[in-house]
Design a protein around this ligand. Sequence first.
Ligand code: F6R
Length: 249
Amino acid sequence: MKTVDINNIKIIIVDNYEQMSKKAAAMIEAQVLLKRNSVLGLATGSTPEGMYQELVKKYQENEVNFQDVTTFNLDEYYPIASDNPQSYAYYMYEHFFKHVNVREHYQNIPNGSNTNVEETCQAYDRAIEASGNIDLQILGIGTNGHIGFNEPDVKFEAGTHLVELDEETIEANARFFEHIEDVPKQALSMGIRNIMHSKKIILMASGQNKAKAIHAMLRGPVTPELPASILQLHQDVTLIIDEAAAGEL
Ligand code: F6R
């Protein structure tokens, strides 16, 4: 393991995906031990799958208890029903919620089936604020530098909103669907404002295909063209990345 700081961001470089997952799970465990009623911001996709597995193991071994934890997921496809196996609600249930004791009413995911998008987004922002804002936000990163589904050209001041997914994102996510045409074209996502209001942020990345985005977010200018670059302006961000994702630093 190596540690380095670049542009106000703490970076932990580990050998591989497994180590990345273990480090992130250890930080969530510590967060929940230090503050039992933590508000966690959660991500989906391939990157955090190993982290969820580690957390489930810790829960089963009685190392961590999620009884008083509240969770807010970053995003959800739109439109989609929560029982659709492609939905992020389903992902969260399968990878995490069905194995641990986060109470159902404390699990929050943008509602991809309410046709009143405005209402969904406003309710989500209000719920995050009412919780006292997120204590620890987990992020992945898109190959185009997106965080949540905040795609290039994002408005930094936005709260939860409806997003038109980038071609690059649709192509990247096609691996989860039978046909690329099946990938939803829109999503609901927490905005950069919600993410920046989190007290702590952990961003994970693994693999060479993330190296360009990691380099740009750390070394490049802060720009809406590369949404993750805004994290240079947050006071408490830790990156946990493997050697391959750190390859261009
Ligand atoms: C998903 C999310 C996205 C992903 C990103 C990377 O909730 O917030 O920003 O983190 O698209 O996806 P993976 O991990 O599948 O490479």
